[in-house]
Design a binder for this molecule. Structure first.
Ligand code: PMP
Length: 427
């Protein structure tokens, strides 16, 4: 069967509009470590997929999954020591205000639980998020996703411009003044919720503003915004679906940006592909949530989730992946920053650990976003064997977010391919 006929069948079976990456889509049939292989046996360095954090087809995770499924997998209404131990281990990795967990099957579900907890605890409904965040796809969570693109989506949601230094809210401000300018926008969002009726329940924020393009944030912003939220009687929900689990070189994005969230939401890499999400917070909050909502999620908090979740944590530790993320990420970022002077179209390169962004612009003076170039590069890099994508508010940011087993050699290879692409452009 040709790729075109598979594409036609896909369009019929899944409906047109089911997204596919790349001008010429890939048919991927196998993964191993940081590599993906297509139907013709061609190998690609995967620099996009953060879910298989401990590597595609990680043997220890596969073994844990198969053994548990061959032994027992049930819903969560029996005593099972696996899930208790996993919850204990997850909370112990967090700051000491994080004591208990509600498990679920996706980042969306985990954010839903976080919002329900915040609304229950504060007895208010209003939510504040950034204008370019993505938090998931359910009705409530979707109303906080890409708000800037359709500002009037929900009467209970207010957004503020995400904090950044590259395209700051106002030019010519010191770091401290810029921080205050963004804080004022958050305060205005909270005031608007208070005066319009729903009141203020929570700020939900990706700890490293991943979908916003991992901006450099004015110093102290997250710490100060947490103080502001608490003064206003709200809770801070850290969406660690992208930023958690060693992505930044630390366990949590909130450690990098130095704040203490009330609720921590995790997903994607937790199960290395097995659907697994978690909402973790104070025991007292979870107790209230459980007694109020009687929350049940059929495939969550199961022996299977526990076994796989534990195997992923074991592999992160055994393979020293926090260190790998910090070291390989730092060296790759240095390499990318060297390209700032070399190519006018590389406006900025930034990131934390193995979450890096390369901002493509028409020229570095105007900083005008160049979405077409980001698209072109992601296609051209694919042809050269490196898979990246693009994101950010203007979709002009190359998004680099490989499995955490990504190596220095892969990073070096990528820089060579990137240079070839840029030189082709100038040829
Ligand atoms: N939060 C963030 C920050 C995300 O990036 C995503 C998914 N990209 C989600 C939540 C939603 O996770 P899921 O797709 O597992 O529902």
């Amino acid at each position: 069967m040709t790729k075109d006929s598979l594409r036609n069948r896909r369009e019929r079976a899944l409906g047109s509009g089911a997204e596919l990456f790349y001008d010429e889509p890939l048919e991927i049939v196998r993964g191993e470590g940081a590599y993906l292989f297509d139907a013709d046996g061609r190998r690609y360095v995967d620099m996009y997929n953060n879910v298989p954090a401990v590597g595609h087809a990680n043997p220890a995770v596969v073994k844990a999954m198969a053994e548990q499924q061959a032994t027992l997998n049930t819903h969560s209404r029996y005593l099972h020591r696996g899930i208790v131990t996993f919850a204990e281990r997850l909370t112990a990795l967090n700051h000491d205000g994080i004591e208990s967990v509600v498990f679920s099957c996706s980042g969306t579900e985990a954010n839903e639980v976080a919002i329900q907890i915040a609304r229950l605890i504060t007895r208010k409904r209003g939510l504040v998020c950034t204008d370019a965040a993505y938090h998931g796809n359910s009705e409530v969570v979707d109303s906080m996703s890409y708000v800037g693109l359709s500002p009037s989506r929900s009467g209970e949601v207010r957004s503020f411009p995400f904090p950044e230094r590259y395209r700051p809210l106002k030019e010519g401000l010191s770091d401290e003044e810029l921080c205050d300018a963004y804080l004022q926008r958050v305060a205005a969002a909270i005031n608007s919720l208070n005066s319009d009726g729903p009141g203020f329940a929570a700020l939900i924020i990706c700890s490293i503003f991943a979908n916003e393009g991992v901006p450099v944030v004015p110093t102290g912003f997250m710490h100060k915004v947490t103080e502001l939220v608490h003064r206003e009687g709200g809770l801070v929900i850290a969406d660690e679906v992208q930023s958690g689990y060693g992505r930044t070189g630390l366990w949590w994005g909130y450690e990098c940006l130095d704040f203490r969230p009330d609720i921590v939401v995790t997903g994607k890499p937790m199960g290395n592909g097995l659907p697994l999400g978690a909402t973790a917070t104070k025991k007292d909050y979870i107790d209230k949530f459980r007694s109020d909502k009687d929350y049940f999620n059929t495939c969550a908090a199961t022996p299977l989730q526990a076994a796989v979740g534990m195997a992923v944590l074991d592999e992160i530790e055994r393979l020293d992946l926090l260190r790998n993320s910090a070291e390989v990420g730092a060296r790759l970022l240095n390499g990318l920053r060297d390209r700032l002077d070399r190519y006018e179209e590389v406006g900025d390169a930034r990131g934390l650990g193995l979450f890096l962004s390369v901002e493509m612009v028409r020229d570095s003076l105007s900083k005008e976003p160049d979405r077409d170039l980001a698209l072109y590069l992601s296609d051209r890099l694919k042809e050269k064997g490196f898979l990246v994508s693009y994101s950010g508010k203007y979709e002009n940011v190359l998004k680099i977010r490989p499995p955490l087993v990504f190596s220095h050699a892969d990073a070096e290879g990528f820089l060579v391919a990137f240079d070839e692409c840029m030189e082709e452009l100038h040829a």
